[in-house]
Design a protein around this ligand. Structure first.
Ligand code: ATR
Length: 266
């Protein structure tokens, strides 16, 4: 049975093994997917050991995505642009190949599972950290009308503007409404809402939070209170896993039933 693993710290509560087990069942693939507690002092050695012992593929999560990026022999274009790697596999000559499926997973969730097109849309992205950097290339691949990145620390949004074709802004200078707003700031994690003006949203605005939870996030509550529709990032988690599964197994699993199952277990 081919062996796969997700490495991170902490890792015990990762949903990835359950997601990949479901994908394997659906597509009749013989795979085992486990967890590995990443160690600060020897993460790179853990990765090399896993592959030298015959492991087929590895997902990487917090806090190791940048270290995984740094140790790859070959990178996909999207991983290079993201500056981070969440999926590892071996190339033909034993080289470590790194990819980043987070952005493609988010875009697939938005466009194909939730049926919200991004093409031709005026998009606002909140935050300018690693999570946002990871999704910009796949968002641009959808041919939006414009992408504005707003961040508390404006210089970080400006730095992204040098790599991608996005407009950098402070929260204050934003002028809405936008067609689509994506929250990629980690503010939701601590139950906080970035200082967003109500006029950024109309009842036609569609909002997506990269975070997810049992209850709607503060960002989604704010948007829904203004009449907007939207979704949280549970489907992004499943989407990035589906993209990794596709890279490894060359078959594309169904995401919607897995999202529904995870939601029912929350
Ligand atoms: P991640 O990997 O989740 O993107 P990160 O790189 O630390 O984590 O980035 C966190 C992002 O959330 C940043 O854009 C951060 O804004 P700053 O660059 O100004 O720090 C944003 N963020 C976190 N807490 C926030 C808050 N309370 N209000 C607004 N933005 C917040």
């Amino acid at each position: 049975m081919d062996q796969y693993v997700v490495v991170g710290n902490p890792i015990a509560h990762s949903k990835s093994p359950a997601i990949h087990a479901e994908f394997a069942k659906q597509t009749d693939q013989s795979v085992y997917y486990g967890t590995l507690l990443g160690e600060e002092e020897r993460f790179e050695a853990q990765v090399r050991d896993f592959f030298s012992e015959g492991g087929k593929g590895m997902n990487v999560t917090v806090p190791f995505k940048e270290r995984a990026f740094a140790m790859c022999d070959v990178l996909s274009k999207r991983a290079e642009l993201a500056g981070a790697v969440n999926t590892l596999m071996l190339g033909k000559n034993g080289e470590i190949y790194g990819d980043n499926t987070d952005g493609a997973g988010m875009v697939r969730d938005i466009v194909h599972v939730l049926n919200q097109p991004l093409k031709g849309k005026r998009i606002l992205i909140i935050g300018a950290g690693g999570a946002v950097r990871g999704v910009l290339e796949p968002v641009f691949a959808q041919a939006p009308l414009s992408v504005t990145v707003a961040n508390r620390t404006v210089s970080k949004a400006e730095a992204l503007g040098k790599i991608f074709d996005c407009v950098a802004s402070s929260f204050d200078a934003l002028e809405g409404p936008f067609d689509v707003i994506i929250n990629g700031s980690s503010a939701s994690l601590s139950g906080q809402l970035p200082p967003l003006k109500d006029e950024l949203v109309s009842e036609h605005t569609w909002c997506y939070d990269m975070m997810y939870g049992k209850e709607p996030t503060v960002f989604l509550k704010w948007a829904q209170g203004l009449g907007a529709k939207g979704a949280d990032g549970l489907g992004m988690l499943v989407g990035q896993a589906a993209e990794a599964f596709f890279l490894w197994r060359h078959v594309r699993p169904e995401q919607a039933p897995v999202i529904a199952q995870l939601r029912s277990e929350m």
